[in-house]
Every structure is written in structure tokens, then in C-alpha cells.
Write a new protein. Structure first.
Length: 201
């Protein structure tokens, strides 16, 4: 009898780190998207989301507790801050989005996430961390769809702001089709010494 030293593969989960606008603003974004869909049909995969993606990555399931503890520690030291959306922009011919007004707080948050890249990847699976914070209305559009939709938005204005008080960590396990909220991570403006102590609590 021959034996093989095969080691079962460790499960790897998908994760997203997002900022979710206030409910009233999410509803307004969805209203705009639905109005445009009445002009020309789009496929489900071409629809954006009513939140802002900060990072998306893969990680071993067994590393999840360490991942959450570290991110919780990082975000608890940051202060709540105001985010503002300013009208509509495009990535030519395929994506329509709402850009966020640049702010020091948002830049600092993204920098903090980028410094944790060693935790945000499984082997040979690099993380994506945004460089252009935005809320996507439509993506992967065909030229005809883009040429129909963009003129309907090009002259419109939509300026809204909200207070960001937490980030959401989403998870999708290998057998799951939909993203689930794993944890809400509040921005608490805690002193650095207090956040370090919480790591050992």
C-alpha cells in the first residue's frame, strides 16, 4: 500500500473593506441608478454598489481573528470624519462613478490600510487598495451603453455629505454567493496607548 503526503488545502475567504454612506444617501444613489436603467438595460454584473470600496483581498480563514483584531485596533485610533460626494465622472467608455472630495482624513485612512498589506493577502493573492475613492454607478459598460447613459448624467449635479463613523468588513466564504457583513469597525479617536492596550485585553 502506497501513502502520499498530501496536505489538504486551507480554506481561503474573500474580504472587502468598505465605507457605507448614510441610508438616505444610499437610497438616493439607487434612485439615480434605477432612473438610468429605464433608458437602457444593463446586466447585473455591470451594476455598481451603494458603498465605497476601500480594499478587497483574500486571506486564510484561520487568520480571520488576527485580521479583525488588527483592523479594529487601527480604526479605533482614527476620528470620525465627513465624506462628500461631488457630481459624476467617468473612466472613459466603461465606468460611471461619483467621486469623493479629497480629504486629509480619507487619505490617512487609506494610508493606514495600505500599511497593513502583509495581513491583506493570502500567498500569491495581492490585495487591491483603492487610489481613487468613489461610488460606482455602472461598470464594464459596452460602448453603446456608455454613449447612452453618460449624456444623461454629464450635466447633472449631486452633492451630498455624511459623517463616516465606522468601516464595514465584508466576507464571502468559498461556498457562498453573496457578501455578508462580518464586523462593523468604529472610528473612536482613541489614544494610541489605549488601542495598544486593547490588543492584549
Amino acid at each position: 500500500m502506497q501513502f502520499t503526503n498530501t496536505i489538504p488545502a486551507l480554506p481561503v475567504n474573500d474580504y472587502q473593506l468598505i465605507i457605507r454612506p448614510a441610508e438616505a444617501l444610499r437610497n438616493r444613489i439607487e434612485q439615480v441608478r434605477q432612473q438610468l436603467q429605464q433608458a437602457i438595460p444593463v446586466q447585473p454584473g455591470q451594476l455598481g454598489y451603494n458603498h465605497m470600496l476601500i480594499a478587497t483581498f483574500k486571506q486564510f480563514a484561520q487568520a480571520e481573528q488576527r485580521l479583525c483584531t488588527r483592523l479594529r485596533h487601527i480604526f479605533s485610533a482614527l476620528s470620525p470624519f465627513k465624506c462628500a460626494l461631488h457630481n459624476f465622472q467617468v473612466l472613459p467608455s466603461h465606468t460611471i462613478f461619483m467621486p469623493l472630495v479629497p480629504s486629509t482624513h480619507l487619505t490617512q485612512l487609506i494610508r493606514q490600510v495600505r500599511q497593513q498589506q502583509y495581513l491583506l493577502k493570502a500567498p500569491r493573492q495581492d490585495a487591491f487598495i483603492t487610489e481613487l475613492p468613489k461610488i460606482v454607478l455602472f461598470q464594464k459598460l459596452q460602448p453603446g451603453q456608455f454613449e447612452t447613459l453618460w449624456p444623461m448624467l454629464a450635466g447633472r449635479q449631486l452633492n451630498r455629505s455624511w459623517l463616516v463613523q465606522d468601516l464595514l468588513l465584508l466576507r464571502k466564504r468559498p461556498h457562498e454567493r453573496h457578501w455578508q457583513i462580518l464586523e462593523s469597525m468604529p472610528l473612536l479617536n482613541m489614544p494610541v496607548m489605549a488601542t495598544q492596550a486593547s490588543l492584549f485585553a
